[in-house]
Design a binder for this molecule. Sequence first.
Ligand code: SAM
Length: 303
Amino acid sequence: MEFLRETLERQYGAETAGEIFAGLSCNRAVTLRANLLKSSAEEIAQALTSAGIEFKNAVWSREAFILKNARESAVWELPEYKEGKIYLQSLSSMLPPIVLNPQACEDILDMAAAPGGKTTQIAAISANKAHVTACERNKIRAEKLKFNLARQGANSVYVMVQDARRLDNFLSFDKILLDAPCSGSGTLNLSGGKLPEGFTEELVSKSAALQLSLLKKAAGLLKKGGELVYSTCSVLESENENNALKILDSGFEIVPISFEGMETIPCLPSKISGALCVKPAELYEGFFVCKMRKVQAGGKIKC
Ligand code: SAM
C-alpha cells in the first residue's frame, strides 16, 4: 500500500491522493449501456422500471444507466440482458468510444479488444457502419469477445487473435483505440484496506513498457490525419501521460477532449492539457483517456 500512496502523493499531492484512496474504497454503483444495435434508451428504461430497478442516466449519454441499489445479478435476470440489449459496463469505460467518435465507412482498429465492451460500443455508435478490426492476444478472452459481439449484434467487426505488436505493417486505419492492458490502479478495490497481491511496482513498470510498445505500433498503423485514442484504467502518469507524451513527440498533436456533460465527470489534474483523467469516485472508476492526431491531413474518407 505504501508504494501506491507514495506514487500518488508524488504525482497529485497528499490531499488528492487521499481523495483517490477514498474513491477506490467506496462501493461503486452498477452501471450499464443500452445497446442501440438492438434496443433503445427508452426500451431499457421501461424494462428497468418494470423490474422495479430505479435508475438515472449519465448527463453525457442517454444510453448510460446508473442503477440505484441494484446488484449486477438483478440485471442478469432481465430478458433484455439475455438478448444482448444491455451491456454491463462502467461509466468510465464508456468514455473512450465516445471520444473516438467512430463514423460510417471508417477503418477502425480496436487494438486490445476483449471482452469487447468498447468494441461493441464502437459498432453501436456507428450503427454497424464502421469497418472495425478487433485484435486480442489472449485466445480465451478472444472467445469471450466473439461471444459478446454475436450477442450484441455487432456484425461489422472482424476479430484477429494475435499480439497487436505483430500486426502486419501493410494494414492502415483511420482511427485506432488502444485501450491498453494496465496495472488497473484506477479500478482497485481498497475497501478491505489492502492492495490485491498482484498489484506491484513491477506490474506498473511492465505495464508501462508494454503500453509504449503498443502505442508505437498504433502510431505506425494510423493513416496520416488519423486519430488515436489511448486509454487505461490507471491513474498513474508512468502508464498514462508519460507514454502519451512520447507519442506526441513523434509527429502527433493533441486533440482536446470535449463533449456535452463532460463537466459532470470528476477529474484529476493532468500534465497533458486536453486529456481526461477520471478520478475514482462513487460513480466512476479511475481512467485515463487521451486523443491524438497524426499530423498532416489525410484525404476524406469515402465508403
Ligand atoms: N477494451 C476492452 C473492453 O473494453 O472490453 C478491455 C481491454 S483490457 C484493458 C486489455 C486487453 O488487452 C486484455 O484482454 C489483454 O488480453 C489484451 N492484450 C494484452 N496484451 C496484448 C497485445 N500485445 N496484443 C493484443 N491484445 C493484448
